[in-house]
Ligand binder design. Structure first.
Ligand code: ADP
Length: 702
């Protein structure tokens, strides 16, 4: 397989070795670079993971600090309140001082809950109905009988009014007035009824209750109903609006559900008017304000009820064992579709427990934390200008990102550990690239480089091997050439010498014989000259020193005279020559000697490679662009394979079709080079066993 290596020079062998020596480390280096890119990606990952953990810890610890300061302000500012209105006020103050928290709530030892606006089971208002005066009581009872049993409302009103005069307590007053109003309504006297209820409003102070419900609330809701019955929409609307406002101003305990009932009643009333949109304009601003307050209140109500239903027992059990001021946090999901609520609470110190308060709980104000607190903390975190911090939700949607950049791919993300467990902190590249994308370009570059190196090396290797094979071929042909040429030189020299010596010795006396010997000497020396000319010309052309002398000449004339000189040789070998020339001169610029030499090479081949059919045709003709010379023989022909190579230097078809011929392998090479120096071409058509035609084409314009 490595036969060819025998013929190549040591220099080429060194080159080949060097090539392989470059190839191996080249491949190794490329592979290692790829490896190092992957390593780089991993390093980046580790680095960013570290950074993001630091950022997360920083954010968490700052929130913890806020929690601690909330706890402090709770502990320090406890006012020893008189009633729950004071407590609500106090909670409101703390909320406004600690903006990261909302829905602060107090838990009482008996399980009551109180937030800054509402309470649940906090303090039961005692039934306020007292009617100390016995006459008043008996009149009240008679009135109730008339109202409920005999349904005689006129009588009922009369007894109620008697009782009214006999009582002093404002609550009792309000209660009896509301009964009178109710009886007027039942009697269909709405206007009078409304006026009675208005009296409650005028008389009653805010604390007055009827049953557990503040008297103004009952009065206003009745007035609303009264106007509704009278179909005085404007008044009905005003009354319901006032009712709503009162409800918002003075919420009472949620237990029993009455408060929510009235709140719902008032807001539906208002909404009905809103749909018809008649009176909106007068109260527009007022209503919008009320609605905002209403929504806030509803949120707190929902929150307090949620605590009451879902987490109160858990808080209580934790409180049993927890130390005062110790923070407890947990996440609760009110329902599976809702995001989790982050809830924390701590046990209040002894001072509070004297007022029956055991714990204070709160919720994080996520909006504030995301949009105010975190951004502020992050301004003090130095991460370099290429890194942006963002907060993601569980499903990777962006909750907050620094500088409001719209980036989608993050580098790394880490979950919060303690507080906002369904949030993640993420680091973003400022151009929104992931780590893979960051190293991707480099990786691609290296991959391409790697592939490039491999391709170049493969091409180099193929070229090298071809060159080596070619070189070994050339060197083989060269050595063949040397043996051919020396043989070619030896034969004619031996003949010349033999016949020269014979003549010189004078033993040949026959004149005819002598002539024959002279002729042989001439022919052999001609052959020698031809051969030497070829070799010399070849070496000139090969080294680039061959000079051509172009002159205007008649091609027909040049061909004719070359044939004339070669005629003897052809005829001697028993060949017949057919010539076809135009009867006008074909003038072009040529080197006459060179063209004649080219023609002689073709003729000599025609002689050499013919066997039995000894006919050679030489044609000269022309077209507008060029002149053509063709030499046709009826010899052995050339195979298609060999046609490609016969013009190569030193190439000889080994043993042409059994014809053992002599030659140097230079004839056609020279012919081709000469013709090309004239700007022309040479073509062959050949058929095995039939013969070949070589056609030279020389353009008129050089
Ligand atoms: P040489 O004739 O000295 O071997 P050439 O360069 O003249 O070298 O020719 C190269 C080869 O081309 C020859 O060895 C021969 O096999 C083939 N060849 C050239 N001319 C002819 C021809 N007229 N007929 C058949 N074969 C030819």
């Amino acid at each position: 397989m490595f036969e060819f290596l025998k013929h190549i020079t040591p220099k080429t062998k060194i080159l080949l070795l060097g090539f392989i020596l470059i190839l191996i480390p080249g491949a190794i280096i490329s592979y290692l670079s790829l490896q190092s890119i992957n390593q780089k990606a991993e390093n980046l990952q580790t680095k960013y993971k570290g950074t993001v953990s630091l950022v997360r810890d920083k954010l968490e610890s700052e929130v913890f600090k806020d929690e601690a300061s909330l706890r402090n302000s709770v502990n320090e500012s406890f006012p020893k309140p008189e009633n729950n209105t004071d407590l609500k006020e106090w909670l409101r103050n703390i909320e406004s001082e600690n903006p990261a928290f909302k829905n602060l709530f107090l838990l009482k030892t008996d399980g009551g809950l109180l937030s800054s606006s509402v309470s649940l089971g906090w303090n039961n208002i005692a039934e306020s109905f007292s009617l100390i005066n016995p006459q008043a009581t008996s009149n009240f009872n008679l009135a109730e009988k008339a109202e409920f049993i005999s349904k005689d409302y006129v009588d009922a009103i009369m007894f109620y009014q008697k009782a009214l005069i006999q009582t002093n307590s404002s609550s009792d007053h309000a209660l009896i007035l509301s009964r009178i109003g109710r009886c007027y309504f039942k009697n269909g006297k709405y206007k009078t009824g409304i006026n009675i209820y208005k009296k409650i409003l005028e008389e009653g102070n805010k604390e007055t209750t009827i049953g557990k419900i503040p008297a103004p609330i009952i009065a206003l809701s009745q007035i609303t109903d009264g106007y509704k019955a009278l179909k005085v929409e404007m008044e009905q609307y005003n009354a319901s609006l006032e009712l709503y406002q009162q409800l918002l101003d003075h919420p009472w305990d949620l237990e029993g559900g009455e408060y929510l009932y009235y709140l719902n009643f008032a807001s539906t009333e208002i909404r009905e008017y809103e749909v018809s949109n008649i009176y909106r304009n007068d109260h527009e601003e007022n209503i919008d304000d009320l609605k905002i307050r209403g929504n806030r209140l509803l949120e707190q109500i929902r929150f307090i009820e949620l605590i009451n239903q879902n987490v109160l027992s858990e808080i209580k059990s934790k409180l049993r064992y927890g130390a005062p001021s110790e923070l407890h946090s947990f996440n609760i999901s009110p329902n599976e579709y809702n995001s989790k609520l982050q809830l924390s609470f701590f046990k209040l110190p002894a001072a509070f427990q004297q007022s029956e308060l055991t714990a204070l709980g709160f919720q994080f104000k996520k909006d504030y934390i995301l949009l105010n607190l975190f951004p502020e903390i992050l301004t003090s975190v130095e991460l370099g200008k290429d890194i942006v911090v963002g907060i993601l939700s569980n499903n990777d949607s962006l909750l907050y990102i620094q500088h409001n950049q719209a980036l989608s791919n993050y580098l790394v993300a880490e979950n919060f550990l303690q507080l906002f467990v369904n949030w993640k902190v993420a680091l973003f590249d400022k151009d929104g690239k992931s780590i893979d994308q960051l190293v991707g370009n480099e990786r691609q570059l290296y991959l391409m480089l790697f592939a490039g190196i491999i391709v170049v090396m493969l091409i180099g290797f193929v070229v090298m091997v071809r060159a080596v094979i070619h070189e070994s071929e050339v060197s083989r042909m060269k050595s063949e050439f040397v043996s051919n040429v020396s043989h070619e030189l030896k034969t004619p020299l031996a003949l010349i010498r033999m016949f020269g010596e014979t003549l010189d010795s004078g033993i040949v006396t026959d004149e005819k014989k002598r002539r024959e010997f002279y002729s042989i000497i001439r022919k052999e020396s001609e052959r020698l000259t031809h051969l030497i000319n070829n070799v010399l010309d070849f070496s000139k052309m090969d080294t680039g020193v061959k000079k051509y002398y172009f002159e205007e000449a008649d091609l027909v004339e040049v061909v004719r005279s070359s044939l004339e000189a070669y005629k003897f040789h052809i005829r001697d070998n028993g060949f017949e020559i057919k010539m076809e020339f135009p009867d006008y001169p074909v003038i072009l610029k040529i080197d006459k000697d060179a063209i004649s030499q080219a023609l002689l090479n073709l003729l000599s081949n025609a002689v050499k490679y013919s066997e039995n059919r000894k006919l050679i045709q030489v044609q000269v003709h022309n077209n507008s662009a060029s002149a053509l010379i063709s030499v046709t023989d009826n010899g052995v022909g050339i195979t298609k394979e060999e046609l490609k190579k016969i013009f190569d230097k030193f190439y000889r078809v080994p043993q042409t079709r059994g014809v053992q011929t002599r030659g140097s392998g230079l004839g056609l090479t020279l012919t081709k080079q000469i013709i090309e120096a004239h700007g022309g071409t040479i073509e062959v058509e050949s058929e095995i066993g039939k013969g070949s035609t070589f056609t030279i084409n020389i353009p008129f314009k050089l």
